[in-house]
Design a protein around this ligand. Structure first.
Ligand code: FMN
Length: 209
C-alpha cells in the first residue's frame, strides 16, 4: 500500500471541520474494521476522498483525544453482534476534528452470519459535546498516567455510580434528552437479546434534520 495515498495529518488543530451537519455520514467495513464503502458526507467531514480511504483501517480517523476504552466497549458489542451507539471525536485529514454520534448495524449473509458493519453518523449539538468531553478527558488522562486497565475500571465505576446504565444506554438517553422533540419516538424501544433496548432509529432513519 502506498501510504502517500492515505496521508495522516502531521499537526492536530483545535479547529472544527466545516461540513453539512444535516447529512448522515456512512461507512461500511468488514469484520476487522477495514473500510469498504463511504459516502460523500464522509468525504466532506473527514476531508479524505474515497480512493484514499477504501481498503484502509477505520482507525485512520481516530482522534488522539479519544480514550481507548470507548473503542474497547464498541468492539465488544460488535463481536457480540449487538448494535451500538457511541459519541466520537474524529480526526480529519487536515488535523481538524468533528464530533458525531454513531449508530452501528451488523451486516449478515443469507445464512445469518455477520459479514461486516455499517456505521451511520450524525452531528451532535454542542450541549452533548460539553457533557461528554470532560468524561473522555478524564478517561484519557487516567489511561496515559495510570494505564488502560485503570481507565477501564474508572469507566465501569463511573457508569455504575454516576449514571447507572451501560455506555450505550447513556449515549441514547443523553441524545434523546438533548435532541428529541418527538416524545412519542423517544419512547421507542425494541426487543434485543431478550432485553428491552432503547433505540435512536427515529433519528438515524426518520426524517429528522
Ligand atoms: C463500522 C465502523 C465504523 C467505525 N467508525 C469509526 C469512527 O468514525 N472513528 C473512529 O475513531 N473509529 C471508528 N471505528 C473503530 C475503529 O475501527 C478503531 O477501533 C478505532 O478507531 C480505534 O483504533 P484502534 O482500535 O486502532 O485503537 C469504526 C469501526 C467500525 C466497525
Amino acid at each position: 500500500m502506498n501510504t502517500n495515498l492515505s496521508p495522516r495529518p502531521t499537526k492536530i488543530l483545535d479547529e472544527e471541520v466545516k461540513w453539512d451537519k444535516t447529512k448522515t455520514i456512512i461507512s461500511k467495513t468488514d469484520l476487522h474494521g477495514t473500510i469498504l464503502y463511504m459516502n460523500d458526507a464522509f468525504e466532506e467531514a473527514s476531508e479524505y476522498n474515497k480512493v484514499e480511504l477504501i481498503g484502509e483501517p477505520h482507525n485512520i480517523i481516530r482522534h488522539p483525544d479519544m480514550p481507548k476504552v470507548v473503542f474497547k466497549v464498541l468492539w465488544e458489542a460488535l463481536k457480540k453482534e449487538e448494535n451500538f451507539h457511541a459519541i466520537v471525536k474524529n480526526l480529519s485529514r487536515t488535523g481538524r476534528y468533528y464530533w458525531v454520534i454513531t449508530d452501528f448495524e451488523i451486516e449478515r449473509n443469507e445464512k445469518g452470519e455477520a459479514t461486516g458493519y455499517t456505521g451511520r453518523r450524525k452531528a451532535i449539538p454542542e450541549s452533548i459535546v460539553k457533557q461528554i468531553e470532560p468524561l473522555y478527558k478524564t478517561l484519557l488522562d487516567i489511561e496515559q498516567v495510570k494505564g488502560e486497565k485503570a481507565s477501564e475500571l474508572y469507566f465501569d465505576a463511573f457508569l455504575k455510580e454516576e449514571v447507572n446504565k451501560s455506555y450505550d444506554e447513556f449515549v441514547v438517553d443523553l441524545f434523546n434528552s438533548e435532541v428529541n422533540t418527538n416524545t412519542q419516538n423517544s419512547e421507542e424501544e425494541k426487543e434485543s437479546g431478550g432485553k428491552l433496548k432503547k433505540s435512536l432509529n427515529w433519528f438515524f432513519f426518520g426524517d429528522f434534520v
